[in-house]
Design a protein around this ligand. Structure first.
Ligand code: AR6
Length: 173
């Protein structure tokens, strides 16, 4: 199979909790026990069984990822990854963010997940610059898709107009 990545990347605007993908990715924190932003929205939409499963996971290191069921979501799975907090770029933030995408895609592959949707990890409460974060997300995803035939589709979900435009411009280059 030819791994042409352009056809395998999609950009949508909206709420990731409504997506009908095999897996959606959560921008979680090290506890994996919920928080604000997209994490709160996912826990609210998935229901209390998600929290119960997260209690069994023993947290997650920054840059790594863990998987749960999707419960009340349309998505069958949730991949929880922990992005870095932006401290100006001198604490390995770019490598850690790239590692979030790579770890999530590895986990998707090993769980036979065909379509996976990502929010802009670290670009909210963790204050990572949105344009740099999008560049890392796209580059890391393209690198993975070039070397792997699974997942077959990656969807970037932009929550606001600004993020949508950043991704659109980068993806059209
Ligand atoms: N669908 C898609 N994207 C969303 C949604 C949504 N429903 N809600 C927010 N976003 P953030 P972080 C976007 O703060 O920066 C939590 O408390 C949002 O516009 O959710 O990785 C965790 O528990 C932004 O672009 O995650 C951690 O403590 C992006 O999702 C901490 O925040 C990420 O924003 C993680 O911070």
């Amino acid at each position: 199979m030819e791994n042409t990545c352009k056809e395998r990347i999609e950009l949508v605007k909206g709420d990731i909790t409504t997506l009908d993908a095999d897996a959606i990715v959560n921008a979680a924190n090290n506890s994996l026990l919920g928080g604000g932003g997209v994490d709160r929205a996912i826990h609210k939409a998935a229901g209390p069984e998600l929290y119960a499963e997260c209690l069994t996971l023993d947290g997650c290191e920054t840059g790594e990822a863990k998987i749960t069921k999707g419960y009340n979501l349309k998505a069958r799975h949730i991949i929880h990854t922990v992005g870095p907090i932006w401290h100006g770029g001198k604490r390995n933030e770019t490598d850690l963010l790239a590692s979030c995408y790579k770890s999530s895609l590895e986990l998707a592959k090993s769980n036979n997940i065909d379509t996976i949707a990502f929010p802009g990890i670290s670009t909210g409460a963790y204050r990572f610059p949105k344009d740099l974060a999008a560049l890392i997300a796209i580059n890391e995803t393209k690198r993975f898709l070039k070397n792997n035939s699974s997942p077959s589709k990656v969807i970037f979900v932009a929550f606001d107009d600004e993020s949508y435009e950043i991704y659109r411009k980068l993806l059209c280059q």
